[in-house]
Ligand binder design. Structure first.
Ligand code: ZN
Length: 342
């Protein structure tokens, strides 16, 4: 995540109420609850014309190039603002999930035209994994399984439509043998991006001639055995963000209730856990953030949370004159790695 330059207000997964519109914008938008697609492209370059607006070299993202949603007020282009239906009970809380689900919609759509997919495995049932899973199910793939080491996350995945949930790649591979003539899944989506999950996807799970879609960005350099990729004719596909079409599909599924995030703790903690703390290691890069992080820790403790994701990724990080990990433990919180794949 070396693409954010402090000082910067982050937050690209957000929704809210319109309080003011710019010149020439329909004033009826004021007061409406809207979901915000944070990604803008020029719409004119060769990539945009080819339907790859998510890869436009002039693209900008609210939270990288413009101040984001961790603020009382944020600004967005009107073309990126999607009013939720009047009286929609899910409100901004559901609207804020559209950006996440759009990533899943995009990843699932990247399989080739006419590419038959009967069995898909999503690695990782964190928020993005849960969204990829739902996009695969709603996209019509008949068998969608997840691999996830945390039991609570496996349960969440099953509650959101996964047909099976396994604790390891080996367990998944064994269970799928019978249903795939011993070959493995047609499509594997890596929603983690750790070295271990990339190897699991390519070397352990995907069938010969199958496709692996890489969504997660946990690690960068990864060593892989490429003889198997060549001899197995495996397609390795990166997936970055989403197009406006993906975002609109995601929002439609969320608004009509076919997709979601399941049961959640109270809204304050939800916001912190799903947005802030997943990025605590990034937040801690931003100058002058001690107050923010201490505030988050105190909120979590008061709400009875026991786990904190993120800071173990930066061992030795100093915070207010102490190790960040000691500060966290001092609040009675357990540290867990951001993905649990170490
Ligand atoms: Zn462009």
């Amino acid at each position: 995540m070396g693409n954010r330059t402090p000082p910067l207000v982050m937050g690209h997964e957000f929704a809210g109420t319109v309080v003011e519109v710019g010149e020439g914008v329909n004033e009826n938008l004021v007061g409406r609850t809207v979901a915000v697609n944070p990604l803008s492209s020029d719409g004119t370059c060769r990539l945009c014309r080819a339907g790859l607006a998510n890869l436009c070299s002039d693209r900008t993202l609210i939270d990288i190039h413009h101040p984001g949603g961790f603020a009382e007020l944020a600004r967005a282009p009107v073309a990126n603002v999607y009013p939720l239906p009047e009286g929609f009970s899910g409100g901004a809380r559901v609207g804020a999930l559209a950006e996440l689900l759009a990533n899943g919609v995009h990843a699932v759509r990247l399989r080739g035209p006419g590419e038959a997919v009967e069995h898909t495995v999503v690695i990782g049932a964190g928020t993005i994994g849960l969204m990829c899973l739902q996009a695969a199910v709603l996209g019509g793939i008949p068998n969608v399984a997840v691999v996830e080491p945390h039991e609570a996350r496996r349960e969440q995945a099953l509650g959101l439509g996964a047909h099976a949930a396994y604790s390891s790649g080996a367990e998944c591979r064994e269970a799928l043998e019978e249903h795939t003539e011993g070959l493995g899944p047609d499509l594997v989506i890596d929603a983690v991006g750790a070295k271990a999950t990339r190897r699991m996807a390519i070397e352990e799970l995907v069938r010969p001639g199958g496709r692996v879609v890489m969504v997660g960005l946990h690690d960068d350099a990864t060593t892989l055995g490429f003889h198997g990729v060549v001899r197995g004719q495996i397609s390795i596909q990166g997936s970055y963000a989403y197009t406006a079409r993906d975002y609109e599909q995601a929002l439609e599924w969320l608004v009509d209730g076919r997709a979601g995030i399941g049961e959640l703790p109270p809204v304050l903690v939800t916001c912190l856990v799903f947005s802030g703390l997943m990025h605590l290691d990034v937040l801690s890069d931003v100058a002058g953030n001690e107050t923010i992080v201490h505030g988050l820790l105190e909120c979590l403790t008061q709400e009875g949370q026991q786990e904190l994701y993120g800071p173990r990724r930066k061992p030795g990080l100093q915070f207010g004159g102490a190790e960040l990990s000691d500060v966290v433990r001092g609040q009675g919180l357990e540290l867990v790695s951001s993905q649990g794949w170490d």
